[in-house]
Design a protein around this ligand. Structure first.
Ligand code: GLY
Length: 356
């Protein structure tokens, strides 16, 4: 495996999946190794690692897939396995799957006996470029996304194209949204590369290179501010509206993938960036067309505006009663800790509706 970063985030690109995993677990006795999957990763990804891990079924926990299962009940299943199987502080939890199992597994491991080591093997594009990198762990609670959690870095994150072969198209596109976000907060050059890449029919080797670049961008923001006191907030671009869209969809019992919600959120936050920081309007419109063509659109009406606003006021990124946004003056030039009035937020929702 190749080290991707020169710091202690310990992200590696897979060279040979079986060999690399064997190396990663070589310091742990077999009875101290535990595996977390969700039903999706157990079906599609576990077969690729089963023979090298070779774990008895008592050391494997499979939780139901889907963000609505990223909750306390499923976390308890992980703690129960660790506890009944005699896990101790020298044990290792391997989280195999998308952002849901890596977030939840990181949280379960970080809190079990005040913290055991965990390795993330993210199998979706979203988890590789974002969720599994940078130490945010957590679960949803009482309808709020990632309401309970801790910052704790995985001891290793192993990324690569092996698992993309079984990744469905909506999830592929969902991960692409976070790569686009990284481009917007970092450089026009990266955005131009992503614009011309065909994510609907991706060349997986080229995608792996773009993934590596995207992780390096994320690392640029995380390494000096791991607990999000300042510059890491750049990574929240698109997420204030995005999380509100995601929570609204969850209440309304319709599914929207995280990346899609962030893509729709980026349109609104680009419009706010235009209103508040003079981001060029022509560019807002052309990016909106590109995003609409990749991600489709999110349906809501004016009757949802108050609820979306209420959800934004509950966002954990807020300080005091101000809704906190990261906005951009131009691609690659971010401004953190922006606020907007209710009227400006509603204008951005109006813009979204007019542009779809
Ligand atoms: N997903 C944003 C972050 O890790 O900070």
């Amino acid at each position: 495996m190749f080290p991707l970063l020169s710091n202690d985030l310990s992200v590696y690109i897979v060279e040979d999946l079986q060999k690399d995993i064997k190396e990663l677990i070589s310091d742990f006795p077999k009875e101290k190794i535990f595996l977390l999957c969700d039903t999706g990763s157990f079906k599609n990804c576990y077969p690729l690692v089963n023979s090298v891990l070779d774990l008895p079924e008592e050391q494997i926990v499979v939780i139901p897939s889907g963000d609505d299962n990223k909750n306390l009940e499923t976390t308890q299943l992980v703690w129960q396995m660790l506890s009944t199987q005699g896990a101790d502080r020298k044990s290792l939890l391997i989280n195999l799957g998308g952002g849901m199992p890596t977030d939840l597994g990181g949280f379960a491991a970080s809190t079990f006996k005040r913290g055991i080591k965990f390795i993330n093997i993210p199998t979706t594009l979203l988890a590789q470029v974002d969720a599994s990198i940078g130490g945010k762990t957590g679960i949803n609670f009482e309808g709020y996304k990632n309401e309970i959690g801790v910052f704790q870095q995985a001891s290793t994150v192993l990324v690569g194209k092996d698992f993309f072969k079984t990744l469905d198209q909506p999830n592929m596109i969902s991960g692409y949204a976070e790569m686009i976000k990284h481009a917007f907060i970092y450089s026009e050059e990266v955005w131009n590369k992503l614009k011309s890449f065909n994510i609907s029919n991706p060349n997986l080797s080229e995608l792996e290179e773009l993934v590596a670049e995207s992780i390096r961008i994320k690392n640029h923001f995380v390494e000096n501010d791991p607990t999000e006191k300042n510059i890491r907030k750049a990574l929240n671009f698109g997420h204030t509206f995005g999380h509100a869209f995601e929570s609204l969809a969850m209440y309304q019992k319709r599914a929207v993938l995280h990346g899609h919600a962030v893509a729709f959120g980026m349109i609104c936050e680009l419009y706010l960036s235009h209103q508040l920081l003079n981001f060029p309007f022509e560019e807002v419109k052309s990016i909106t067309d590109t995003i609409n063509s990749i991600f489709g659109t999110f349906d809501f009406t004016q009757a949802d505006y108050d609820e979306l606003y209420r959800l934004m006021t509950h966002d954990k990124k807020n300080e005091g009663d101000q809704i906190n946004f990261t906005l951009i003056e131009k691609i690659g030039k971010i401004k953190i800790n922006c606020t907007a009035t209710k009227e400006q937020i509603f204008d951005a929702l109006d813009f979204y509706q007019s542009a779809i």
